[in-house]
Each structure stands twice: as structure tokens, then as C-alpha cells.
Design a protein around this ligand. Structure first.
Ligand code: AMP
Length: 425
């Protein structure tokens, strides 16, 4: 098979690494890719937003499967456009991608199907939204309806904060994403991420992970795309995983089918594990980044037949095998991230770091120039490791981090610490 992968982050490096290891693959291409992905496959210069150009490339190179990493092309309908040209693509249609593209759509779906989630109300104008929050308790959560690159959610401790957030959203700060707003109840509990592979009819579990969203140790500092993750999530017992499948994922797949927009692809459920059980915080319609990296390290089976089974509605016949090992990833970011940061600093020591047993380094934002690796983004490297326990994976990952010489980078030193404390207990 010839496969084209779309994306350029650590998630896509992990996917490229896994797909490149499949005996089914003849040629693997990635666009736009990065310096790490270039070691797994051939990079091509295409704009994923230019669907006709992607389609033309697929026809010319006889691409059998397109794998879409990020949400933006999915929400823009690239799977529909490729399908219309007779090209198979992994991921949801534009209509099904509304599970991530519109928070209000997902909340309404949950309410109509009794899927456990926070109580909420939807607004398309400022005054009723303000009136609503004045009648409700704080903390309260204010969300822009559309895709806002991680900037669309405000957990407001006070009424003043909530009002300011609503005013900013309706004031146009987030563009079209903020023309509708969801206000919802604040949920108390521990967060976990649950991944399922769906084929329009059924779904199979892909495992779970927990991530660290804040920039600095002790979960302090600004929100980021994710500074590290580990899998499995100790809080996700087998019983809880079964409940998430039966109470959240499978009902969603059934509704999406019955309304004529069957869901295919990875369904990533962001969960709050509350005292009343798991509740859905949000859906994403693709793998998480950096959660994908730890899931790929734990997957023993070939990924390609699983992606095909999702496209073809054949998941019923699929059985995935997983390593018992835990996996953990530490994100190394450019100093200043998630604010402003410089690009172009030199990174050394990657080979020595990767030589440590169980360690795999995925590139998130790098560029190769004159035989050197340069930082080329906010999140730059995912230093990953597997181990018998999360503690072992953590120790290996940080040993690898310590071999990397990059004066302009930083990372958190406490990724996985809560899980490690739990293992010790
Ligand atoms: P989201 O983009 O919807 O995943 O929200 C980003 C983060 O905001 C989540 O990971 C949670 O930490 C927090 N959050 C979102 N909704 C809620 C809620 N209803 N209750 C508590 N925290 C929330």
C-alpha cells in the first residue's frame, strides 16, 4: 500500500513510526512533516488545506490510504473531498467531525441520548448568556463553540471572570469560533483521556492516557497543548473503561449512525471521573498529541489494518494486541512557549538520548539544516520511554532528557508523578 499522512507534530511522527513498521506499506509520504518524520518516510510539500492539491497528489502517486492527523482538515471536510475522488481516508467526515468542531452540537447530542456530561446552556448573544451565569454558581465553565486551538475554554472562578470571558468571545476575540458560546457546570474529579476506534457502526477501545496541560511543574502556569502524558491512566480501571464504552462512546456511535452521519476514525473522549462516575468533558475527532505517542508505543499490533477496518466498517473482525508495558512522554518545548518563543536554536545529543533502553524520541517541531537539528516550533520534542511501570518509564525518559543539549528548551520535571505516587502506594 501507499499511504499519505497529513500533519507535522509529534502525533504524526508517532503515527509515521508505527505505519512505517507495517509490512503492508510499500511507500509512506507525509506532508508537511518535520525532521523526525523525514527519517520514517518521504516528505512532500503540500498544503493540507488545499484539498484539490492533496487529491491530485494521491492520484498521481496511487495513494491507497490517507491518514489525517490534526482536526482542522477533518472539520474542513478533507475526508469527504477525498472520498468523492475515490480515495480512502482515515478519519470522520465533515459532518461527523462536528463532535469536535461544535461543542454545542456535542452537548445537545449528549443531552438527547442521556450521555453523562456537565449541565449546560447554549447562547448566540451576550445578554442572555450574562443573565444565565448570574443565576448560576461559580466556578462555571465558558466555552467557545468552535475550534479555537485550545484557547476556547475558560474555567471561571468568579462571576466577573465568566462575564469577561463571554464578552471576549462575543466580542470576536476567537473569530467565528466564538459566535456561539456554551456555558456549563464545573465538574469536580480527576481527568483522563479515553480513545476508541470507530467504523460507523461499532467501536473498539484503544486505551487510555492522562496528560499534563499546564506549562510548569506542579500543574502551574498557562495552559498548553500538553507538556507530557502517560498510559495507561491508573484511574481508569477495567470497570470504568467498560462504563465509558457503554455509557459514552457506543451511544454516541449509535446516534451518529441513526442521524445519517456515521462516525469513523479515532474518537477521543476527554473525561472527568467524578464521584458519580465518568462524564464527558469533550470529544476530539483524532488522536491526542502527546497521547498518541504513548498509545503507539504500547500498541503491539500492526496499526494499518486497524485504520483500514475503521474506514471499511470492519472493526467487528479486528482484535488489537497491546504490550503490558507503561509508556510516558516528556514534551521539550522552546523557552517562552506557550507565549512567544524563538526558532532556530540547535539541538544536540539526540542519538545518545535515544540509545537508552526503552527510549523513543518523536519530533514535534524540528527542522533539519546542514546535518543539524533545529527547533522549529513551540513544542519541539517528545522524549518517550516504555517500562514495566510508569516509574520505570519516567526514569528512562528523564535520563534521556538529561542527555539532550538544547539551551533554549525546557520541560516539566514532574510528568507522571501522580501516577508514580499511586504505584508506590
Ligand atoms: P476542553 O477544551 O473542553 O477539553 O477543556 C479544556 C479543559 O478545561 C479540560 O481539560 C478541563 O480541565 C477544563 N474543563 C472543561 N470543561 C470543564 C468542566 N465542565 N468542569 C471542569 N473542568 C472543565
Amino acid at each position: 500500500m501507499n499511504i499519505l499522512l497529513l500533519g507535522s507534530g509529534g502525533r504524526e511522527h508517532a503515527l509515521a513510526w508505527k505505519i512505517a513498521g507495517s509490512p503492508l506499506v510499500e511507500r509512506l509520504y507525509c506532508t508537511p512533516g518535520n525532521a523526525g518524520i523525514a527519517k520514517e518516510c518521504e516528505l512532500v510539500a503540500l498544503d493540507p488545506a488545499d484539498h484539490p492539491a492533496v487529491t491530485a497528489f494521491c492520484k498521481e502517486r496511487k495513494i491507497d490510504l490517507v491518514v489525517v492527523g490534526p482536526e482542522a482538515p477533518l472539520c474542513a471536510g478533507i475526508v469527504d473531498d477525498l472520498a468523492a475522488a475515490g480515495i480512502k481516508a482515515f478519519g470522520p467526515s465533515r459532518a461527523a467531525a462536528r463532535l469536535e468542531g461544535s461543542k454545542g452540537f456535542t452537548k445537545d447530542l449528549c443531552q438527547a441520548s442521556n450521555i453523562p456530561t456537565a449541565a449546560y446552556a447554549r447562547f448566540s448573544a451576550l445578554a442572555p448568556a450574562i443573565a444565565y451565569i448570574r443565576r448560576h454558581a461559580t466556578p462555571v465553565v465558558v466555552k467557545a463553540d468552535g475550534l479555537a486551538a485550545g484557547k476556547g475554554v475558560v474555567v471561571a472562578e468568579t462571576l466577573a471572570e465568566a462575564e469577561a470571558a463571554i464578552e471576549r468571545m462575543f466580542g470576536g476575540e476567537l473569530g467565528a469560533a466564538g459566535t456561539q458560546v456554551v456555558v456549563e457546570e464545573f465538574l469536580q474529579g480527576e481527568e483522563a483521556s479515553f480513545f476508541a476506534l470507530c467504523d460507523g457502526e461499532s467501536a473498539i477501545a484503544l486505551g487510555c492516557a492522562q496528560d499534563h496541560k499546564r506549562a510548569f511543574d506542579g500543574d502551574r502556569g498557562p495552559n498548553t497543548g500538553g507538556m507530557g502524558a502517560y498510559s495507561p491512566a491508573p484511574i481508569m480501571t477495567d470497570d470504568l473503561s467498560r462504563r465509558v464504552m457503554n455509557e459514552i462512546v457506543l451511544p454516541t456511535v449509535r446516534v451518529m449512525k441513526s442521524t445519517g452521519t456515521p462516525y469513523k476514525g479515532v474518537l477521543y473522549a476527554g473525561l472527568m471521573i467524578t464521584s458519580a462516575g465518568p462524564k464527558l468533558i469533550e470529544y476530539n475527532v483524532r488522536f491526542g498529541d502527546p497521547e498518541c505517542q504513548v498509545l503507539m508505543l504500547r500498541l503491539m499490533s500492526d496499526l494499518v489494518p486497524a485504520l483500514l477496518a475503521s474506514c471499511d466498517g470492519m472493526l467487528r473482525n479486528l482484535d488489537l494486541r497491546w504490550y503490558a508495558d507503561a509508556a510516558l512522554t516528556v514534551v521539550m518545548a522552546a523557552k517562552g512557549y506557550p507565549g512567544t518563543y524563538a526558532k532556530g536554536s540547535v539541538i544536540e545529543g539526540l542519538d545518545a538520548a535515544a540509545a537508552i533502553e526503552g527510549v523513543e524520541i518523536f519530533h514535534a517541531g524540528t527542522l533539519a539544516q546542514d546535518g543539524r537539528i533545529l527547533a522549529n516550533g513551540g513544542r519541539v520534542l517528545d522524549v518517550c520511554a516504555t517500562g514495566n511501570t510508569i516509574a520505570e518509564a519516567q526514569a528512562r525518559a528523564y535520563r534521556a532528557v538529561d542527555r539532550i543539549r538544547w539551551s533554549d528548551g525546557f520541560c516539566r520535571r514532574d510528568i507522571g508523578s501522580r501516577a508514580v505516587a499511586r504505584e508506590k502506594a
